[in-house]
Design a protein around this ligand. Structure first.
Ligand code: SAH
Length: 233
């Protein structure tokens, strides 16, 4: 059903995903309406297609319906009326698109994006600014930060995280990320090499961790920078 959701405008893309049942939450629809996908893709003519698109350096921006699935799955951990919303980690932030959606879903939270290639980090910061998002930590502790680093290690100094999204497939579940989940916290992560599945990892208020396999997917691997992209090729 995914391909049926392509639109001519960002609003049409979101409306079609709502009508096709790919987005069921009004909060997710609103947040995605606030992020114009054309600011995050190199080829503007495919901006509102419901398909992944290459963004350079061996990376892709995921299809809009995958972004929607991730947001809907993580939404219970981002309550709208929370007085003190938790921090959010977006590993393999790539284009910065989902980092921006998280910002609109939980504007009071600190959102940390990590990508391991500096040109992608630079590109995502440009994308966010183009989309009207003020980058940097604000005086009240909220804001959006994207830095270059190994996402498998997370960002201990900014944790624990109520929500961790991983945008690249890990061969095995990275323990450091499980450790950095808050109590409660939820991680949405593709795991596997040849065959990959989305796993939902929950940590409850007592620190107990449960793992649930959701559905099969195809993501770029969570790997080392030189395995993903070589400047001389
Ligand atoms: N959610 C992003 C997905 C980008 S593709 C989007 O929709 O735009 C996956 C990203 O993971 C790529 O940008 C890639 O550079 C990054 N990545 C792969 N391995 C990584 C690692 N070990 N640490 C951090 N980022 C990594």
């Amino acid at each position: 059903m995914a391909w049926m959701s392509s639109g001519r405008t960002n609003a049409e893309l979101i409306d079609k995903m709502v009508n096709n049942g790919l987005i069921t939450s009004t909060r997710v629809a609103e947040a995605m309406r606030n992020v114009d996908r054309k600011n995050y893709v190199p080829d503007k003519s495919y901006a509102y297609e419901d398909s992944p698109q290459r963004i350079g350096y061996g990376a892709t921006i995921s299809a809009p319906h995958m972004h929607a699935h991730a947001c809907e799955n993580l939404l219970p951990l981002l309550p709208a009326d929370s007085p003190k919303p938790g921090a959010i980690l977006d590993v393999g932030s790539g284009s910065g698109y989902l980092t921006a959606v998280f910002h609109h879903l939980s504007p009071q939270s600190l959102i940390i994006g990590i990508d391991h290639l500096q040109p992608l980090v630079d590109q995502s910061l440009t994308n966010l600014k183009q989309d009207g998002i003020k980058v940097g930590k604000q005086s009240d502790g909220s804001g959006v930060i994207i830095f270059c680093g190994d996402g498998r290690k997370g960002s201990k100094e900014n944790g624990p995280f109520s929500v961790i999204h991983v945008g690249a497939a890990a061969p095995t579940l990275p323990e450091a990320l499980v450790e950095q989940l808050d109590k409660p916290g939820r991680m949405f992560i593709p795991v596997g090499e040849f065959s990959q599945d989305i796993w939902q990892i929950d940590k409850d208020v007592n620190g107990e961790v449960t793992k649930k396999k959701l559905f099969g997917v195809r993501y770029v691997p969570l790997t080392d920078p030189h395995k993903q992209w070589r400047e001389d090729l």
